[in-house]
Design a protein around this ligand. Structure first.
Ligand code: PMP
Ligand code: GLU
Length: 399
């Protein structure tokens, strides 16, 4: 007999993993599928970072670390925040976690009472809404569309605020849209939030380096909201270290202490070897790893050229992260080769089964008109995937 808590019943499986697992099953069944599902760099961890991990093993960093992370790593995080973001933090304000995912969850767990509202500009990263539900909160969505580059305005934000609003949570650069907020846009958002001291901003900046414009702004740079902001970042995207599971938060001291309290009862300090390797990564000049960003940029241009030619796709020109999030509403409500397409998830499934290309439907990102493609894949796979989709959609029966 299944006896689940309400908490579990309200949640869904992560759609990114659902689709990547489906691709894996199809591959195992012998189908030649190209997966553009999961967002993770396809590069190897850079050699100098690996060498630091080997050294940590040989030096027997095999015991528990302090819950919020080794001091040298927290110092390296502070140096990085100063160097790249002009942000001043003390090591006591940093909590190193098992990925940025846990860093976000710590903050939500620390702040949310049942029924508290969290504002999520849509599209949002899949896990945000699920994490809010897990912690008993209520998501309040702000709708955006491809026509506004998937970005909320300060006026939309202000209209969504109620006496129960506790948190504003967004990613910039954004997964899934590939947009990012400019300095001027963030300043306006900061001005709004500063008028509501009960609100904490969770600013997820994990795609900071994958920004082709090169002008990343952290909202914590605005003094009016510095004390109201939790900055989230991590090693997964910038250093291709997704499996090493290191992320971190930088918060006001009271909130950092709360994250430590929660993490100390949940998982303890993050993996020690990966922490030591992260010190190396963060202390190295970011230009050393720029070759990955350059490759992402040229892939972005490659895919943009090809995707524009696909019938029924309305394509944005993403300036950051490594995703395309085309609007496919042309196909909604239509029957493709006898299959009714109600929403973007149906369309993503149709492409998987008919073009053998894996993507993630936009429903769980809060945008049921769009689908997400990760372009962190080889040029060959990207070209083949776009060609397959174009050929498929050109030859099917659309009613
Ligand atoms: N935030 C965003 C926007 C993401 O896309 C991801 C995906 N990995 C994460 C947080 C979590 O990253 P990780 O836990 O691997 O550090
Ligand atoms: N963040 C990546 C994505 O959006 C990895 C999967 C996940 O953590 O959900 O695809």
């Amino acid at each position: 007999m299944e006896k689940f808590a309400d908490r579990l019943t309200r949640m869904s499986f992560s759609q990114t993993f659902v689709m990547s697992n489906r691709v894996r099953e199809m591959k195992a069944a012998g189908h030649n599928v190209i997966s553009l599902t999961l967002g993770e760099p396809d590069f190897d961890v850079p050699k100098d970072i690996k060498a630091a991990a080997f050294e940590a093993i040989n030096q027997n960093f095999s015991h528990y670390s302090p819950v919020p992370g080794f001091l040298d790593l927290r110092e390296a995080v502070c140096e990085k925040l100063q160097r790249d973001n002009h942000l001043t933090y003390l090591p006591t304000q940093i909590c190193v976690s098992n990925g940025a995912k846990q860093a976000i969850l710590n903050v939500l767990a620390a702040l949310l009472n049942d029924g508290d509202e969290v504002i999520l500009p849509a599209p949002y990263w899949v896990s945000y809404h699920e994490m809010v539900k897990m912690m008993g909160g209520k998501s309040v969505f702000i709708e955006t569309s491809i026509d506004t580059d998937f970005k909320m305005t300060a006026a939309q934000l202000e209209a969504a605020i109620t006496p129960r609003t506790k948190i504003l949570l967004y990613s910039s650069p954004c997964n899934p849209s590939g947009s990012f907020y400019s300095y001027e846009e963030l300043e306006k958002i900061a001005d709004v939030v500063a008028r509501y001291p009960q609100i904490t901003i969770i600013s997820d900046e994990i795609y900071e380096y994958i920004n082709y414009d090169g002008k990343h702004t952290s909202i914590a740079e605005f003094p009016q909201v510095y004390e109201q902001t939790a900055v989230i970042n991590g090693m997964s995207k910038a250093f291709a270290m997704t499996g090493w599971r290191i992320g971190y938060s930088a918060c006001p001291t009271w909130l950092a202490k709360a994250c430590e309290k929660i993490q100390g009862q949940m998982t303890s300090g993050a993996n020690t070897v990966a922490q030591k390797a992260s010190v190396k990564a963060l202390k190295t000049d970011p230009a050393t790893y720029k070759y990955m960003i350059e490759r992402f940029k040229s892939r972005r241009d490659l895919v943009y050229g090809l995707m524009k030619e696909i019938p029924g796709f309305k394509v944005n020109y993403p300036e950051a992260a490594f995703y395309f999030f085309p609007d496919i509403s042309y196909y909604l409500g239509k029957t493709l080769n006898g299959t009714l397409i109600n929403d973007a998830d149906d369309f993503a499934m149709f492409l998987l089964e008919n073009a053998y290309v894996g993507s993630v439907g936009g429903v769980s990102f809060g945008s049921p008109n769009c689908i997400r493609f990760s372009y962190a894949a080889s040029e060959q796979d990207l070209t083949e995937a776009m060609t397959r989709i174009k050929n498929c959609l050109q030859t099917i029966d659309v009613q």
